[in-house]
Design a protein around this ligand. Structure first.
Ligand code: GDP
Ligand code: MG
Length: 824
């Protein structure tokens, strides 16, 4: 055990997160007469080289890693005599080596800069977010309906020269193409429904087609871009040009050439092929899904086939759009309007990203001072507070501990409802002052850009919205329009997927698509399966689709889909028609039976649950919305449980008088901010790994609390409590279980948090302890190991909660002593 009392460290090193290739510098300060400093990486001595330098000057020490590589990530230890500090170097998630090679390879066939400004509009329910978005887009607000889930609007662009917003112009061509594809789908459907009828020969609708001279001008500028053969006269010339390009680019020549010669026969040929394959696939599926499945699956296949036919038009439109955007200096925008209802707090965080500008909308009538966290923590109310939204953004900041500048992502605060006040100027001033007073001392306020915008959505003053738009444009410019270099082919495929998305929506053909269908489309652009997976991972990362490489069967084309699924099981309106017994199970036991799932999802036919059931359930599990109960066909849905209880009451119910039990002190993981989604992930990992205890015949799941058995002997239980920004654990033993279990608990939890950090963003926390009969949700009385050792006197320390002395050994001896291994 290291001797902690030796205070060699004047300033501890801290964890670092950086991107591969960047510099990472650990700095720390050591008292001057200390033993020499030893640096270890993953338990081994660090040797200096060109990329790794150690230096010191007086008490200041530094370990500098230049041009970091994946292999540099890991645990670093600074050891001085018997004391040491452990820190982590995290190299930010980048694709695997294979993915990177695939990506680099794809870039060789042409690359483009993708500029995309994502604007995320957040804030509590009914403060005027949707109205604001509509006003920004120049629409009226008379028909605003409450947002359910997320609405994404992509109809506007920012002009870089003057920051002007251009609305709805660029998309027009896409709409026209989609109309033509829809006609092709209808025709194919007709042929399918009435195979014996005499059909007019299927030909491409040539109205609105592309002017061949345009094709030529575009032809020259990049290798490997698909070329359009729109006019018979130019067909041969263009086709040979195209074949030359594609044979350079891929082995997929046959496929690609096929579609260059867009004659009336080819689509039919494709269509017949598809039909046969379709039947094979349907035959392999379980009986129950067959009927429903074949119907939409066929429709999806028809859409895919039709898109393939019109691929040239789409690609031309992409190219044309790109030219238009470049020549007019336009940048695409996406405005994400999030519903503010509490039900969505957990799922929304999945869609928050670092690469966005946030509009945090507040109502002038809400008192900022009162909207700091109240003492009594209530998960359901957390979104009422500006704090919650700022924290949600702050926790995935681009980390730079020492910065004195603004933090990213940027936040603009928009205060609505100025029509509701009389002394407008005075109220504005007061609101700004209050904001400064409340948040001015907190780091998270550094995300705020400029002054607060005061507006009224109901009494429309154009200049207020113009000012806001200009402010957004300025910030977008500062952020370099979130420029990203991408293979041209990927930008093309992204646009093809956008068309597919729209058509599936129009045809009510669900949000999921088979990988095979997308692969067919990808092949048209010479994208291989490996590259497609790489592309889909990227699309998932930027929030355009939902895709898991280990569950590749279906791809979810619309991120809103996840929220729709969630809504299905959360929304009371949908539950009205369910049988009370099922509802009781859900509300009091947190159990979601497969019957109830069927029932709830059948109320929202657009989700096509019958067809996609296994996939929907898989994805909901992936997002930790539901978790399987062991060996049953049902799931737990802990976030539904409203029943609450105190740890004392639960413990009393767990242990009858006879079976006396002892409990360890609380171990508290105190976070700077703990998003609800994280708590769910952590809770779910316990439910997956251990058996949930029973109390009064009900699973021991409560609002923000759960109790599990630690092993099969059932002598030891673990309670997990979630309070504001803290997770607290306590072990209840009816027989001593040995130290091994304490160590395991801490290591497991730290590993889980680490895993989440990799998946999402960095969470900062401290491990503390609290006396066994303390209230885990109150911060007074929590104490860290170092503090405990330094303030302890005669084997005792002062407990702030109970206002008296407790034994140091008692609080240290079970869980806390192992915290040392992981936290220092
Ligand atoms: N008086 C007033 N009412 C507003 C304002 N903005 C929105 N509202 C109203 O507040 C309600 C909720 O608006 P909505 O945009 O749906 O809020 P959201 O839930 O934040 O998207 C609607 O009835 C709006 O008409 C405003 O600036 N002033
Ligand atoms: Mg809304």
């Amino acid at each position: 055990m290291p001797l902690l009392s030796e205070a060699y460290f004047l300033k501890d090193p801290s964890d670092i997160e950086c991107k591969e290739g960047e510099e990472a510098i650990f700095t720390f300060q050591i008292r001057s007469n200390s033993p020499s400093v030893i640096l270890l990486k993953d338990g081994k001595d660090i040797t200096e080289n060109d990329n790794c330098k150690m230096s010191s000057e007086g008490i200041h020490h530094e370990l500098k890693l230049i041009n970091t590589k994946y292999t540099d990530a890991g645990e670093y230890i600074v050891q001085v005599g018997q004391s040491y500090r452990k820190v982590q170097l995290n190299i930010k998630e980048l694709p695997t080596i294979e993915e990177k090679n695939t990506y680099l390879n794809a870039l060789q066939f042409g690359e483009e800069e993708r500029r995309y400004v994502r604007i995320q509009v957040i804030g509590k329910d009914r403060v005027g977010k949707t109205s604001l978005v509509r006003r920004l887009l120049g629409k009226g607000i008379d028909d605003v309906i409450s947002t359910d889930g997320i609405d994404i609007d992509k109809s506007c662009q920012i002009r870089t020269s003057d920051g002007e917003w251009i609305i709805g112009e660029v998309e027009e061509e896409k709409v026209q193409i989609e109309k033509r594809i829809q006609q092709a789908v209808n025709m194919k459907q007709e042929v399918k429904d009435h195979p014996s009828k005499d059909h007019p020969k299927e030909t491409k609708d040539k109205t609105n087609m592309i002017n061949p001279s345009k094709v030529h001008s575009l032809l020259a500028d990049k290798k490997n871009n698909r070329i359009i053969s729109a006019d018979e006269n130019n067909e041969n010339e263009l086709a040979s040009e195209y074949t030359k390009h594609t044979s350079d680019a891929s082995n997929n020549k046959e496929n690609a050439t096929d579609t260059v010669y867009l004659s009336a026969d080819i689509p039919f040929k494709n269509f017949e092929n598809l039909d046969e394959r379709d039947m094979e696939e349907v035959e392999q599926m379980p009986d129950t899904f067959q009927k429903q499945n074949s119907e939409t699956s066929n429709k999806s296949d028809l859409i895919t086939a039709a898109i393939k036919e019109y691929m040239d038009d789409i690609l031309f439109y992409v190219k044309d759009k790109k030219h238009k955007m470049t020549s007019e200096g336009l940048v695409e925008c996406g405005i994400w309007d999030f519903a503010g209802q509490k039900d969505y707090y957990a799922t929304h965080q999945t869609f928050f990203t670092q690469d966005a500008i946030y509009l945090l909308v507040v109502d002038i009538k809400d008192d900022i001072e009162a909207v700091q966290h109240s003492k009594q923590f209530d998960i359901d109310l957390s979104g009422e507070y500006i704090d919650f939204w700022l924290d949600s953004i702050h926790c995935f900041r681009v980390d730079d501990e020492d910065t004195t500048a603004h933090l990213c992502p940027p936040v603009i605060i928009v205060c609505t409802g100025i029509d509701k006040v009389t002394e407008i100027e005075a109220e504005k001033k007061e609101y700004e002052n209050k904001f400064l007073k409340t948040f001015g001392t907190q780091r998270k306020s550094r995300h705020k850009r400029g002054m607060i915008h005061f507006i009224s959505n109901t009494e429309f003053h154009k200049e207020d919205f113009e000012n806001l738009k200009q402010h957004i444009s300025e910030i977008a410019k500062e952020m370099n329009y979130f420029t990203n270099k991408l293979p041209t082919k990927w930008i093309q495929l992204e646009n093809v997927l956008a068309v597919l998305k729209d058509l599936k929506k129009q045809n009510k053909s669900g949000s999921c698509e088979k990988l095979e269908n997308i692969l067919e489309l990808a092949h048209e652009i010479s994208i291989t399966k490996d590259e497609l997976i790489c592309f889909l991972n990227y699309q998932h990362k930027i929030g355009n689709i939902i895709f898991f490489a280990d569950k590749p069967g279906y791809i979810i084309l619309q991120p809103q889909w996840l929220v729709d699924c969630f809504k299905c099981i959360m929304c009371d309106d949908i539950k009205k028609t369910c049988i009370p017994e099922d509802l009781y199970e859900l509300k009091y036991r947190g159990i979601l039976s497969i019957n109830l799932i069927d029932n709830l999802f059948s109320k929202v036919p657009d989700l096509r649950f019958g067809e996609y059931e296994p996939h929907i359930l898989d994805v909901m599990e992936k997002f930790d919305i539901i978790v399987k109960r062991d060996s049953t066909k049902s799931y737990y849905l802990p976030c539904m449980i409203t029943r609450s209880s105190t740890p004392e009451d639960i413990m009393k119910k767990c242990h009858t008088e006879k079976s006396h039990c002892t409990c360890t002190p609380w171990l508290v993981f105190e976070f700077t901010f703990l998003p609800i989604a994280y708590y769910n992930h952590i809770l779910f990992s316990y439910i997956r790994k251990y058996t949930v205890c029973k109390v009064d015949e009900l699973p021991a799941l409560y609002a923000g609390k759960a109790v599990v058995f630690l092993d099969e002997t059932k002598f030891a239980r673990l309670i997990i409590c979630f309070s504001r920004n803290a997770l607290s654990l306590q072990v209840w033993e009816s027989k001593p279980v040995g130290d091994g279990i304490y160590k395991k608990i801490i290591e497991e939890l730290c590993d889980k948090i680490e895993e989440l950090t990799g998946q999402f963003h960095k969470l900062h926390y401290k491990i503390k302890a609290k006396c066994s009969n303390g209230d885990p949700s109150i911060s007074a009385g929590r104490i860290g190991y170092t503090e405990l050792t330094s303030i302890c006197k005669d084997g005792e320390y002062f407990c702030e909660e109970h206002q008296n002395s407790h034994s140091k050994d008692n609080i240290e001896n079970t869980l806390l002593k192992y915290a040392l291994i992981v936290s220092i």
